[in-house]
Ligand binder design. Sequence first.
Ligand SMILES: [Zn+2]
Length: 140
Amino acid sequence: MIKYNLKCKNQHEFESWFSDSKEFEKLNSRKMIECIFCRNRNIKKSIMSPRVVNKEQEKINKKSTKYIKKIRKDLLKMRKFVEKNFEYVGDHFPREVRKVYYDKRKNRNIYGNATPEETEDLKEEGIEVTTIPWSDKKEN
Ligand SMILES: [Zn+2]
């Protein structure tokens, strides 16, 4: 099987499979291939330029890698801020956060772990909880 990128007279591009190149030539000379968009039967093989596509892709990849690195850096900064200013309560987070919420005298900044279910429960009780994507310090 061979896949061709095809183009009709109206510049629609689409892909189609053939058993081999001969099959394509045969069908096309008999006008048996039609555009999937406009049913035009004036079909040509579209010239592919993978090098250009790859270069574009490379650019996009580089950009997103840069972007991801920046986000990771920001997350790390946020993590440091939280660690410095918040008290870590670990898995007791749902219990501790309720203490803070219901006992108005206590005004603590805490952070810790909660399962998605626990987070849902807290939200239902009207307790605002923010989930932070925790960046691993070891990574750079
Ligand atoms: Zn077409």
